[in-house]
Write a protein that binds this ligand. Structure first.
Ligand SMILES: *Cc1c(COP(=O)(O)O)cnc(C)c1O
Ligand code: SF4
Length: 333
């Protein structure tokens, strides 16, 4: 039984997602930043459209063109510059997915559930991904589930996208129940940025799905800077933790956003205070249009060494890079 209150609650996040900021002009107005003040580069509309939840923009510092949240979503002319080594499909995933299931690593399979994201991160490695061909089509999980049923060596299903929490609770629930019916699966993992960028998505219906599943539940959120965590994000994360879901974070190491030890230390501490352990710090995937975020791996190694001096081991993320064809992510430093 779905209560009226829950229906309204789910309406709210869907409306917030639909009504996100979609033009550069509006974003700059809200953050009170003048186009000409942006580091010598003129922002421009990219082929990957701008999309920012209003509650996320509200966490940006007003009048600061270098705000670390703003920089993650701001389209810049630099995206159009071709840089050698930066490609449309840097992980060579395009041909790998069959029926929306991507099995690159032992024991785990990744299900591409939906192309939709609540926010468009300019550094995203999926910005050129041909989702239309890969996504387990709307209301047809059949082929993906049949593929998973044959993968008897897989025990963990990773729901990815896009962002799997773009699915309504009803559709997510249907999918979870189908996965629960596969006897060889014991764990479901969600990779999502919603609790960070649109925390109202963590509603009663979602919490109930997490707490009632027969599967072990793992949520890997994606937070890059401590300023992303405000009171509503904290409440959402704490609510997820109370369902017994293991909470981990992955970040991307991004130039000008989190490429210094103080910021990474604050991030780890802020996450821990909400019940989240740092998991991965990814080197940027060399996707075309994102070269201006690139931090050399030698700098990443220095940063991790500094974090090891400052933090308990469990608050130091693993510095990794994805290399096509490798049996796992590659740990660096
Ligand atoms: C990162 C990733 C995983 C999960 O890897 P873990 O090391 O278990 O976090 C699984 N499948 C794909 C395709 C991935 O990119
Ligand atoms: S939320 Fe994740 S998948 Fe979506 S644009 Fe951002 S980095 Fe990419």
């Amino acid at each position: 039984m779905t209560t009226v209150a829950e229906i309204h609650a789910s309406d709210n996040w869907q409306r917030s997602m639909r009504d996100g900021i979609a033009t550069l002009q509006e974003l700059l107005e809200i953050v009170q930043v003048n186009e000409n003040s942006i580091d010598g580069m003129q922002p421009t509309r990219g082929e990957f459209p701008l999309r920012v939840p209003r509650s996320y923009a509200a966490r940006m510092r007003k009048g600061d063109p270098a705000d670390p949240l703003l920089l993650q979503v701001l389209p810049l002319r630099a995206e159009r510059i071709d840089v050698p080594g930066f490609k449309n499909d840097p992980l060579r995933e395009t041909g790998l997915a069959s029926q929306g299931v991507l099995k690159k690593y032992h024991g785990r399979a990744l299900l591409v559930t939906t192309p939709a994201c609540p926010v468009h991160c300019r550094y995203c490695f999926r910005r050129h991904f041909p989702y239309a061909d890969q996504v387990a089509a709307k209301d047809r999980w059949g082929p993906a589930l049949r593929a998973l049923r044959r993968m008897t060596d897989v025990s963990e299903v990773i729901l990815s996208g896009g962002d799997p929490l773009s699915l309504t609770n009803r559709r997510l629930g249907e999918l979870l129940h189908l996965i629960e019916d596969l006897g060889h699966i014991d764990t479901v993992r969600l990779h999502t940025r919603f609790p960070i960028v649109l925390p109202e998505r963590v509603d009663h219906g979602l919490l109930r799905l997490l707490s009632t599943s027969r599967l072990h539940t793992v949520m890997v959120v994606h937070c890059n800077h401590a300023n992303e965590i405000d009171r509503s994000v904290r409440a959402a994360l704490e609510a997820v933790a109370r369902t017994g879901t293991a909470l981990l974070n992955q970040s991307v190491l991004l130039k000008g956003i989190n490429d210094n030890a103080d910021r990474l230390e604050s991030l780890s501490r802020a996450l821990f205070s909400c019940g989240v352990l740092p998991y991965y710090l990814h080197l940027l995937d060399p996707v075309s249009g994102a070269a201006h975020f690139d931090v050399p791996s030698s700098r990443g190694t220095e940063l991790i060494q500094e974090l090891r001096r400052r933090l308990p081991g469990y608050l130091v993320p693993r510095l990794v890079r994805e290399e096509p064809g490798q049996p796992s992510k590659t740990t660096i430093g």
